[in-house]
Ligand binder design. Structure first.
Ligand code: GLU
Length: 370
């Protein structure tokens, strides 16, 4: 359980089956109140929680009186447009007694896949966490079409967890973890307590069934595990149907842990260091070089020269004044804008560019020194 108690930043994903009554599509407010208690307890001591919640479509279809079990895309979009308001409101109401402010974030696949939008979404999430809010996240089902949909919130939650560098991702489901065969079909299936890599053998254990309103099932949970582990984030699948699901997990309820081998930071930084081709370079002065060595961010004032053509969020090389490579990082400005603000104080950025961008040209979370 230390993976949970040690987590400073936690993402909790709630499946539709937990939050919304199967019959009728009503929100289970009593259950949600117990989850809110757990979230408040977990946050005590300065820990951060983000919630990824499904249920928009399930609630909305009731409100719109859509009875068919298989919804067409337009019906899903319409259902999400109505259901999401109710869902967000339910979270607001549930966390209000704990004095916790809720913020709604609706993402599409592109918001996590495209580097620029990824950075935007991440900056907003970080800001909300800094301000003490609990982000409640769902897919923006109203505008997402089939080609650009996640379709399931398991992978969305894993992307969010990797995006914000969470230490742990909890998938609250209607099953207490992974079995070596589908336990609904094979009652003698064996429960797996811990998985350290999602190998083909592990994947073979997952059934294909997607039940009720949830689009997930074990297949998408394993895909989520791959994403989380690659981002250095532990993941756990737990049965969340009863009251106080997080408390139960902390008390040792049966579950399956997917254990990441590296801390989130180093895994993400490994990705920066190794997996992308730099599109340009920033040459920095000696003061900035020292600041970087001290673990600080790179500010525009320390940049002497910009080469290459890149967009905001692209990977660039950081060079010392003698040209030797100091490291790499994701630049918060395009090359056009970087040229304009290089050598200038952060307070001048808005005047020069006409908008107030990031204070740092490369945030320390986004850079790796050689
Ligand atoms: N985004 C969908 C909704 O809110 C749920 C997707 C899922 O169940 O994984 O209804």
């Amino acid at each position: 359980m230390h993976r949970l108690t040690d987590a400073k930043r936690l993402v909790v994903k709630i499946g539709s089956a937990l939050l919304v009554e199967d019959e009728g599509g009503w929100i289970r407010h009593d259950w949600l109140a117990t989850l809110a208690d757990d979230v408040a307890e977990f946050r005590a001591g300065g820990r951060e929680v983000l919630i990824v919640s499904s249920g928009g479509i399930a609630v909305g279809r009731r409100l719109l009186g859509i009875a068919d079990s298989a919804l067409r895309l337009e019906e899903k979009q319409a259902a999400a447009a109505t259901g999401q308001i109710r869902l967000a409101h339910a979270f607001q109401e549930a966390l209000l007694p704990h004095d916790i402010t809720v913020a709604q974030i609706l993402l599409t696949l592109d918001d996590t896949e495209r580097r620029r939008r990824h950075l935007n979404a991440r900056a907003t999430l970080r800001q909300l966490l800094d301000l003490g809010a609990v982000p409640v996240i769902n897919e923006n089902d109203t505008v997402a079409t089939e080609e650009i949909r996640f379709g399931d919130n398991d992978r969305l939650a894993a992307r969010v967890a990797a995006m914000v560098g969470a230490d742990a991702l909890v998938l609250l489901s209607d099953i207490d973890g992974l079995y070596d065969a589908d336990p609904r079909v094979h009652p003698n299936a064996t429960h797996i307590a811990e998985v350290s890599a999602v190998t083909p053998a592990v994947e073979a254990m997952a059934g294909t069934a997607a039940r009720g309103y949830a689009s997930g099932g074990m297949v998408t949970k394993l895909q989520a595990a791959k994403i989380a582990l690659a981002g250095g984030c532990h993941m756990v699948i737990a049965d969340g149907r009863d009251a106080h699901p997080l408390r139960a997990l902390l008390a040792g309820a049966r579950c399956t842990w997917f254990v990441a081998s590296a801390a989130p930071h180093s895994a993400r930084k490994r990705w920066i260091a190794g997996s992308l081709k730099p599109k340009g370079a920033l040459r920095v002065d000696d003061g900035a070089r020292r600041a970087l060595r001290d673990g600080r961010s790179l500010l525009p004032v320390g940049v002497a020269n910009v080469t290459g053509r890149f967009e905001r969020g692209d990977l660039v090389t950081i060079r010392a004044s003698d040209g030797c490579e100091l490291g790499r990082g994701l630049c918060a400005y395009s090359s056009d804008d970087a040229v304009l603000i290089a050598g200038h104080k952060t307070s001048e950025i808005e005047n020069i560019l006409g908008y107030r961008g990031r204070d740092e040209i490369i945030h320390r979370d986004d850079l790796v020194l050689d």
